[in-house]
Design a protein around this ligand. Structure first.
Ligand code: ATP
Ligand code: MG
Length: 347
């Protein structure tokens, strides 16, 4: 098949891990005779340096015309002056909003060969395979804000439509997995959470094959640490999802391993590793490219519907994590290129 992919390497280790992910996509294209074209564009601090804004119009237009967008990371100490007029992170927020990507998918697996890196010491807790679906474009982060000398407010607002579209996506994803959906809210206290819960309950009738469970966010924070292997798909609103997915990421052992996808109803999904620009190791060729490579696998699955090819990449990564080589963050000494080369060899 033909597909046009825009890459936004961004800052710090972003260009290093994005290059690895592109190499893997090219290898898959060669093996299955797909015609993937790639177009590299600026975002973040790199874009500020080149043209004074974190998301240039040319970058946005290219993303909107693409079949999928693969991003590295944005930000770094060079652009983190709190008084600066423009900041790299604004580019990413503007891109998510412009692409309308309301569902943020973060799979979490604890690889058996890396279980010793996870803070979970109980053996039984290590077979974790959870897919978080976080609402990404509503709630308190986007509501009206006020500030006076002695008070501040952040309005948390959700419409039924905003809840329905992300919850339906989560139900569909559960159907492709173990048919369990956990919806997380704070329905004992918050009105938006009561709307969230009643919407999930109503939609559940359309998915009788999916087992639905509701958890309050405070108890979910605890359950993720005590019984993470109980969960399949977890869906929640923006703020709760932000906190729970960072908590969950800690269980995997290294930030460098985890991918993400942000999806809307439009064509172009946005794919990026969950780690940041890692300025402390940028430019050294030692970043773990696995999070970016698995993000490329998600791109093939969700934007291009190439499930076989996505699974091939995941199997190759699995093999490398089992047999080595390993990068520094997971207890080895391999660099980015060596890790990428091993994944390519496994493919
Ligand atoms: P952001 O503010 O962009 O979210 P952050 O403050 O969460 O970034 P990261 O940039 O993700 O932080 O880095 C956190 C730590 O994890 C750093 O020590 C970094 O070196 C390490 N790290 C992040 N990504 C990787 C990677 N791909 N390989 C190895 N180590 C990584
Ligand atoms: Mg962070």
């Amino acid at each position: 098949m033909k597909a046009h992919i825009v890459t936004l390497p961004g800052d710090g280790v972003g260009p290093e891990v994005t290059a690895a992910a592109v190499a893997v996509l090219k290898a898959v294209a060669a093996r299955y005779q797909h015609a993937f074209s790639f177009d590299e564009q600026l975002i973040g601090g790199a874009a500020i340096d080149a043209c004074g804004e974190p998301l240039p119009g040319t970058s946005l237009a290219a993303c909107q015309a693409a079949d999928a967008v693969l991003l590295g990371a944005v930000g770094g100490p060079k652009w983190s002056d709190p008084n600066a007029a423009v900041r790299p992170e604004q580019g990413l927020l503007a891109l998510r909003a412009a692409l309308g990507v309301y569902a943020n998918l973060r799979p979490l697996q604890v690889h058996p060969a890396l279980a010793n890196l996870s803070p979970l010491k109980n053996e039984k807790l290590r077979h974790v395979d959870v897919l978080f679906v976080r609402e990404l474009t509503g709630g308190a982060y986007f509501g009206a804000k006020t500030r006076s000398a002695d008070a501040a407010t952040d309005e948390c607002r959700y419409t039924v439509g905003e809840i329905e579209r992300v919850v339906r996506r989560a139900f569909e994803l559960a159907r492709g997995r173990r048919h369990q959906l956990t919806s997380v809210d704070k329905a004992n206290v918050l009105e938006t959470s009561r709307l969230w819960r009643s919407t999930v309950q109503r939609l559940a009738a359309d998915y009788p094959d999916v087992k639905v469970e509701h958890q309050l966010v405070d108890s979910m924070a605890m359950l993720l640490l005590t019984q993470p292997n109980r969960y399949d798909v977890v869906v929640t609103e923006n703020l709760f999802g932000d906190i729970l997915t960072d908590e969950a990421a800690a269980l995997a052992g290294s930030l460098g391993l985890l991918p993400s996808a942000s999806l809307g109803d439009g064509k172009a999904g946005l794919y990026e590793p969950i780690h940041g620009s890692a300025p402390d190791i940028a430019g050294q060729g030692v970043a773990n490219p696995v999070g970016a490579i698995l993000s490329a696998a998600m791109l093939l699955r969700h934007s291009l519907e190439l499930e076989t090819e996505a699974a091939l990449i995941e199997a190759a990564v699995d093999q490398v994590l089992r047999d080595g080589p390993r990068s520094r963050d997971i207890g080895g000494s391999a660099g980015t290129a060596e890790m990428c080369g091993a994944v390519l060899a496994a493919i």
